[in-house]
Design a protein around this ligand. Structure first.
Ligand SMILES: CC(C)(COP(=O)(O)OP(=O)(O)OC[C@H]1O[C@@H](n2cnc3c(N)ncnc32)[C@H](O)[C@@H]1OP(=O)(O)O)[C@@H](O)C(=O)NCCC(=O)NCCS
Length: 389
């Protein structure tokens, strides 16, 4: 991993919502190339982006659109991959594999999601001269569900995470405490200037420049969170405050061989040792990081206890706590040292690369070590990336 750049993660309908999703995707790519004048962009063998929607301005192949909109040579190809919340992790995985196989010397992995601008979709009517139309939102979650699935598989992500967590005895207090921790640590990290060199300010055509992740609430407390109503079931513990929000954001990472890094005079951020994806029952998706981590660590020949930093993408506090409860070999004091998605945000396609890069940057700050970035994925998948500095 040679370098990485991201936009701030904008709040739903917030500062980045006026930017087309393909333009948003192009921003970090253009900045990545601008930062390396010694790099001939024509040498980039591929640009692979994660993106989970694909129904709006990110339609067709947003990675290729980003290449063209960022002004890269037309000879640079681009492909878009979808593993839902693991999409950007899948991009990292594919690029790392291409480098390991000797196909790529230099390539970009990244991701984008513009949840504010996710369109409504109208399916074609089954009958002629229809009197009604269905309208589906596409920002997040199930839509146009195939009736052949058991009903339990297609509940909302929040409801499924809640059911698993409640079954494990995890309560509202624990979830709210985790959310407060997330906001507090994320705010402190920005105050300490930990992100300024890789999160690039974005100036939309209208409105103020966005410099920081907009969903972070510095004043989050047990009192403010305690006032929020249940979000997914009448008396359930999951609320808007202990869930990740909906966000807009994009990220691009330059990966390459050690030889290409040396030729460019770039000191790598670190190394991708292994990646793994797993499947579980769709309604137990919140626990999928557990087997994903085990599989990736086995591939890297690393033990849980040798991991120095864990980045667990916080879809919901219910989900992180379920993972920690189920897998005690993940040391919770080493998890998300600078906050997580509950505060920083979760623009689906861009989220997993963000945890990979934050893991690497924290390891570098500490002088080296081994890290794991992991995410749960709707419809019952999990993914993990093992890195070393
Ligand atoms: C949980 C969820 C349904 C809430 O949606 P929402 O109701 O539109 O959320 P909002 O951001 O408007 O928050 C609702 C209220 O809680 C408040 N709130 C949210 N977080 C808060 C916090 N930390 N402290 C205080 N108040 C908070 C908001 O200000 C808002 O108040 P208002 O109604 O007075 O304006 C939505 O964020 C969601 O679906 N999250 C999960 C996304 C997801 O599934 N991602 C993929 C995971 S794999």
């Amino acid at each position: 991993m040679l370098d990485a750049v991201r936009t701030p993660f904008g709040r739903y309908r917030g500062g980045l919502s006026g930017i087309r999703v393909d333009d948003l995707a192009a921003l970090p790519l253009a900045e990545l190339v601008r930062r390396h004048p010694e790099l001939d962009p024509a040498d980039i063998d591929d640009v692979v982006y994660g993106d989970t929607n694909g129904a709006g301005e990110d339609n067709r192949d947003v990675a290729r659109m980003a290449v063209l909109l960022a002004g890269l040579p037309v000879s640079v190809p681009g492909s878009t991959v979808n593993r839902l919340c693991g999409s950007g992790g899948e991009a990292v995985s594919q690029v790392a594999r291409g480098i390991r196989a000797g196909d790529f010397g230099l390539a970009v992995a990244g991701g984008v999601e513009g949840m504010s601008r996710a369109p409504y979709v109208i399916p074609r009517p089954e009958e002629a001269l229809t009197r009604s139309m269905e309208l589906h939102q596409t920002a997040v979650g199930w839509r146009m569900v195939n009736p052949r699935y058991p009903e339990t598989w297609t509940t909302s992500l929040g409801a499924a995470a809640e059911t698993v967590a409640v079954g494990l005895g995890i309560d509202r207090t624990a979830m709210d405490e985790w959310a407060v921790r997330s906001h507090t640590l994320a705010h402190e990290a920005w105050e300490q200037g930990l992100h300024e060199d890789w999160v690039v300010p974005v100036a939309p055509a209208e409105g103020e420049e966005v410099r920081r992740d907009e969903s972070i609430r510095p004043g989050a407390s047990m009192e403010t969170l305690g006032r929020l109503a249940p979000a997914f079931s009448p008396d359930g513990p999951v609320t808007a405050g202990n869930s990740s929000p909906l966000n807009d954001g994009a990220i691009a990472m330059l990966l390459g061989t050690a030889q290409r890094a040396a030729e460019l005079g770039v000191e790598p951020l670190g190394e991708v040792l292994a990646t793994a994806a797993v499947g579980t029952e769709p309604d137990r998706w919140s626990l999928a990081p557990v087997p994903a981590v085990a599989k990736a660590l086995a591939r890297a020949d690393v033990r849980h206890r040798d991991v120095d930093v864990w980045e667990v993408n916080e879809a919901f506090a219910a989900m992180v706590l379920s993972v920690l409860d189920t897998e005690p070999r993940i040391d919770r004091d080493k998890v998300n040292p600078h906050g997580g998605a509950i505060a920083i945000g979760h623009p689906l396609g861009a989220s997993m690369p963000r945890v990979v890069v934050d893991c690497l940057r924290e390891l570098r700050r500490r002088g080296g070590g081994i890290g794991v970035a992991t995410a749960c994925i709707g419809v019952g998948q999990g993914m993990a990336v093992v890195v070393r500095v």
